[in-house]
Design a protein around this ligand. Structure first.
Ligand SMILES: Nc1ncnc2c1ncn2[C@@H]1O[C@H](COP(=O)(O)OP(=O)(O)O)[C@@H](O)[C@H]1O
Ligand SMILES: C[C@@](O)(CCOP(=O)(O)O)CC(=O)O
Ligand SMILES: [Mg+2]
Length: 385
């Protein structure tokens, strides 16, 4: 039997970075997914754990006996209790990753470390083949790290207890509500390896889907009464979330009072953003008024992200370009490159949207409009017998 899980990426509509420091943020899942397929080995002579990372063209493999010998002694694994990768395990896992001699240009090693931690913690030392493939651009602010952790944990947990899902059914199956919390907590452990100090917002929206107001680990699912159409522009400037999150924490240590004020302002912006998108807007006039306020909040949010030191010249180029068309933009995710969101008001003509996209793409950027607020993690079973 093979199990495939899929987990969506996300756009942070308001409050990135500040959310790591306890402020409110608003996030939506997008209809671009990371897929993880898991096939346990059926051959007695096979002792290999294989990891195929299709997006970066890497095929890695380890002897499961060697993995067991390399990791510190432990009381055994317990898939029902998500545990944090300790420094001792992290060092042993880094050594297992290093021995694969991965070309640095291909990928940051943290994703592979997160894989080894989640795999060995949930499934132990069983030989298997795991294939990862994503529709998301990696390291661009659309949450590929969380989608990887969620899809991986989902495939592993589903393979352990397929009975809790109706595996005779075709197509994508939802997890039961009580399993979602376990899945989310495991994915958070993966995201810790990838982000250093994650807020948990990305793994939460990738697990549950929808639009979520998030603060200090608590989520509230919300329903938008606005169309909230966002143009996503990928600047293709690569950056690393872990380094950017650490940079904001260092700035916070240097200027605690000033940064606390910025985080408070971000909290107010996100709270108002959430309230505005939920407020009943029955006619065109009310929708337009609320969209204007949303645009203003996005502009303020972007200004504060600049205060945190996470904007970038290329992001400013996108802001200037969209402003020529009287459109408002903000970076999304960790910033310093990656993706930028532009609000497309509901009355905006299709011709104008085409024009702004053409101009952005002439700068070498890539534009897309994703569906937002859809389903979270799901699994599918394929019988290989
Ligand atoms: N499909 C994938 N294949 C391999 N590694 C991945 C994949 N998706 C995510 N990763 C890991 O996540 C990292 C990017 O995460 P991050 O810097 O948090 O950016 P984002 O989450 O915005 O995409 C990559 O460098 C890699 O380690
Ligand atoms: C900057 C942050 O708020 C979001 C990072 O998102 P991404 O990895 O850039 O997709 C970090 C976090 O919340 O864990
Ligand atoms: Mg990430």
């Amino acid at each position: 039997m093979e199990v495939t899980a899929r987990a969506p990426g996300k756009i942070i509509l308001s409050g990135e970075h500040a959310v790591v420091h306890g402020s409110t943020a608003v996030v939506a899942s997008i209809d671009l997914y990371t897929f993880v397929s898991l096939r346990l080995s059926t051959s007695e002579n096979d002792c290999t754990l294989r990891l195929l990372l299709k997006d970066v063209g890497l095929e890695l493999s380890w002897d499961v006996g060697k993995i067991k010998a390399a990791l510190p002694e432990s009381d055994g694994f317990d898939s029902s209790t998500p545990t944090t990768c300790t420094r001792e395990f992290s060092e042993a896992i880094s050594a297992l990753v290093a021995e694969q001699n991965i070309p640095e240009a291909k990928i940051g090693p943290a994703g592979i470390s997160a894989f080894l931690w989640l795999y060995t913690s949930i499934r132990g030392f069983e030989p298997a083949t795991v294939v990862v493939k994503s529709e998301l651009p990696l390291g661009s602010g659309l949450g590929s790290s969380a989608a990887l952790s969620v899809a991986l944990a989902a495939a592993l947990l589903a393979s352990l207890s397929p009975g809790s899902l109706d595996s005779s059914k075709q197509g994508w199956l939802d997890f039961e509500d009580d399993k979602l919390d376990l899945l989310n907590r495991w994915a958070f452990e993966g995201e810790k390896i990838l982000h250093g100090k994650p807020s948990g917002i990305d793994n939460t929206v990738s697990t549950y889907g929808s639009i979520i107001e998030f603060k200090s680990g608590n989520l509230t699912m919300i329903k938008s009464n606005l169309p909230l159409k966002m143009l996503i522009t990928n600047t293709k400037v690569e950056r690393n979330t872990k380094a950017l999150v650490a940079g904001v924490s260092e700035r916070t240590l240097r200027h605690p009072e000033a940064m606390a004020s910025v985080f408070r302002a971000m909290d107010s912006i996100s709270t108002e953003f959430s309230m505005l998108i939920q407020s009943p807007a029955t006619d065109e006039l009310a929708i337009t008024e609320n969209e204007k306020k949303i645009a203003e909040l996005m502009e303020m949010n972007q200004g504060l992200l600049q205060c945190l030191g996470v904007s970038h010249a290329v992001i400013e180029t996108v802001l200037r370009t969209t402003l020529k068309y009287k459109l408002t933009s903000k970076l999304t995710g960790a910033g310093a490159g990656g993706c930028v969101l532009t609000l497309l008001p509901s009355l905006l003509s299709g011709t104008l949207v085409d024009k702004v996209i053409a101009e952005l793409e002439s700068c070498g950027f890539q534009c897309l409009i994703a569906g937002i607020g859809g389903k979270g993690a799901q699994v599918s079973f394929i019988s290989t017998s």
